[in-house]
Design a protein around this ligand. Structure first.
Ligand code: UDP
Ligand code: MG
Length: 316
């Protein structure tokens, strides 16, 4: 890969750190302190932090509002309700002004200590630096197994290459953030969209720690929603599946009817199942189309605290 080292004449580049937070009041002060230690040691860049409160109900907003009032380099964004992790990340990306932006979880499962290494690779010219999970501590067998199977299945079914075993802990160059901001997709699956751009991407690997405190905010429902987003946005295999299944069911029915010389065997549970599945899959895509046509914003910002960003904000 032909890369050019980044040069910034007459100014220090800005690094934005985006932290989506949903009911993370218990852990926020630790996250903030650990991030501060890492960012203070980072030479050659100006840092800003953007905490996005995704409709928390546990005092998270009060905590980040306080942090933003204490420092010019910290901003707080409050979404009007819980819009979900992907929308909260997108909100943070759009609010950010950095030449490079890193999205990191609030619960310290993503170690802030990786940031300098990620920034160094960005200086080298990479547009995307993903953090790959080598292992995942403190997560249930179900979560680990479902993630393992999901990422591999999605990658097989995807219309373009996708990075395996990565969440949204990654560094994005401003160019990528701008592209994400311009995407009209209402069904966002950030990690997939970033791979789709196909800009120079590299990775660092890490061992994922357990949550610092509290429980996972990714309920089964939210995990299913994330998988659905990934599939709908990056694979058309499910849409074609009914045609394959239908053909198989029909062929099976025909064969049975021919062997037993009984045309009634053409119908049956197989054919019904294939039809029901086909309808269900059509329904999912129809829902995605409906969302797109409705054209609602991904989220609504209720309040902002902190300096106004020097770079114009992208439209919501
Ligand atoms: N999160 C969010 N909105 C949600 C759910 C989660 O902003 O609706 C945030 C959460 O606060 C955390 C990150 O997304 O910073 C990842 O969530 P979590 O740690 O619960 O997921 P897990 O690591 O268990 O997959
Ligand atoms: Mg977590």
């Amino acid at each position: 890969m032909l890369l050019e080292k980044r040069v910034f004449d007459n100014r220090r580049p800005i690094l934005s750190i985006v932290v989506p937070c949903y009911n993370e009041a218990e852990v926020l002060s630790h996250t903030h302190a650990r991030l501060s230690r890492v960012l203070e040691g980072l030479a050659g860049v100006e840092c800003e932090r953007i905490y996005v409160d995704d409709g928390s109900t546990d005092g998270t907003w009060e905590a980040i509002d306080r942090l933003a009032r204490q420092s010019d380099a910290v901003r707080a964004v409050k979404l009007s309700r819980n819009f979900g992790h992907q929308s909260a990340c997108l909100a943070g990306l759009r609010e950010s002004s950095g030449d490079a932006v890193i999205v990191i979880d609030a619960d310290l499962q993503d170690p802030p200590e990786l940031i300098p290494e990620m920034v160094a690779l960005w200086w080298d010219g990479w547009s995307v630096v993903s953090a790959r999970r080598r292992s995942r501590a403190g997560e249930s067998l179900f979560k680990k197994a479902s993630a393992y199977v999901f990422y591999r299945t999605l990658s097989l079914m995807s219309d373009h290459p996708l990075a395996l075993d990565t969440g949204d802990f990654r560094l994005l160059d401003r160019e990528v953030v701008a592209l994400l901001g311009q995407m009209p997709d209402k069904n966002v699956y950030l990690r997939g969209a970033v791979s789709w751009f196909g800009l120079p991407e590299t990775g660092v690997t890490y061992d994922r720690a357990s949550r610092y405190s509290g429980e996972s905010k990714y309920t089964l429902r939210k995990m299913l929603d994330l998988s659905r987003r990934g599939l709908l946005a990056h694979s058309s295999v499910p849409l074609r599946l009914p045609a394959y299944l239908g053909t198989a069911a029909l062929a099976g029915g025909l064969a049975r009817a021919a062997v037993r010389r009984d045309p009634r065997l053409l119908a049956g549970p197989g054919a019904f199942g294939a039809q029901a599945l086909a309808l269900g899959i059509m329904g999912e895509y129809l829902r995605a189309v409906l969302r797109q046509v409705q054209g609602r914003p991904h989220y609504v910002v209720e309040r902002r605290v902190g300096m106004i960003s020097p770079v114009p904000r992208l439209e919501e």
